[in-house]
Design a protein around this ligand. Sequence first.
Ligand SMILES: [Zn+2]
Length: 466
Amino acid sequence: MITLYNTLTRQKETFEPIEPGKVKMYVCGPTVYNYIHIGNARPAINYDVVRRYFEYQGYEVVYVSNFTDVDDKLIKRSKELGESVETIADRYIDAFYEDVGALNVKKATSNPRVMNHMDDIIKFIKELVDQGNAYESGGDVYFRTRKFEDYGKLSHQSLNDLKVGARIEQGEQKEDALDFTLWKQAKPEEISWDSPFGKGRPGWHIECSVMAYHELGATIDIHAGGTDLQFPHHENEIAQSEAHNHAPFANYWMHNGFINIDNEKMSKSLGNFVLVHDIIKQIDPDVLRFFMISVHYRSPINYNVELVEAAKSGLERVRNSYQAIEEREAIATNIEDQSAYIEAIDDILKQFEAVMNDDFNTANAITAWYDLAKLANKYILENTTSTAVIERFKEVYKIFSDVLGVPLKSKESDMLLDEQVEALIEERNKARQNKDFARADEIRDDLKAQNIILEDTAQGVRFKRG
Ligand SMILES: [Zn+2]
């Protein structure tokens, strides 16, 4: 039984899917005008763990996360660089896949883009206007906030509280300061689309309502994102979707905490912006991931060198104990009855599941992993080792690794050393001399899989790393 903290009700609730065995999940994604920063990596990793844990529990997860590829920041960048908005978006979408791929984040079921859903967005806005939930004014379209009585239910604010802070900006022709933009009239020379309201582009909030509806239907199980998105973004998504669909938008809302850099808020002005693309050249991405999940997703996380170092040694401890277990496998036998160890391993697995069932407490899940490592280290001091115990250790290590998305071996340890490659080339030469072409091809393909390319030269076979 999985429980999770629902921002909507401000309490932990038992997860009940809409369709048995299935989880429909929507996570607000990045604006693709630059490489992602470490603050974007946090939801990517944490909700990937949520997904993996649901999958481990036997659920099919449909995981949708959008790319915001039309917005002010992109338009600004496009002017600065003299490139189209689309070219810039394409570049940073590729970079996003590269960066989160390095962090071992599974690919989403789909990553819808605003540009590809423009017709759906326009249709949705048109329907809101026809229903009386939105109105055109001065070339823009606004949502009639007061008409949606539940407005404020996610961020737990009343319309009257909100009214105090609301203002009508210059150039806006709203009926009410609380109304928000669904469609913006195009400024000269800006990217724009034709619509029944004239040339323009969508406001930010509408894209998520439309793409969630399009990809997942009127009601989804879990909607997730950073805590800063609760208001106004998610509040506005609820208003648009529920007014349009006449159905609850999301049954559970999950929000992850902030990330600070050396106890300071990350901001452009402080110059402490950490881009994932840069940082993973200095820090092993597995370590970065392990660090991110060492704190519960709802708590703030502080990023600094010492804490990342601590995560690195923690991960090494886990990996060293796993390696020791693997090495013991060769000399394990079937004769010893060591069922007490099997029971102890299973207790740790139960502990892991209990803490993950409790709002995905990865911090405590890592503690369970350390307990497993401690038990493994104790076990290898035994004089005799049993195959059954070794197997059970390996199975549970693999479960922890798969759910948390942290590989049991570092990529470097998988990399073939130069002398190992030379030995394989030598073996391949012999295989060819013996006309064992199948083996020769197999070696070439194995090397290719590791990005090692063989080249025939006058001096014999050389290799290069791709
Ligand atoms: Zn969103």
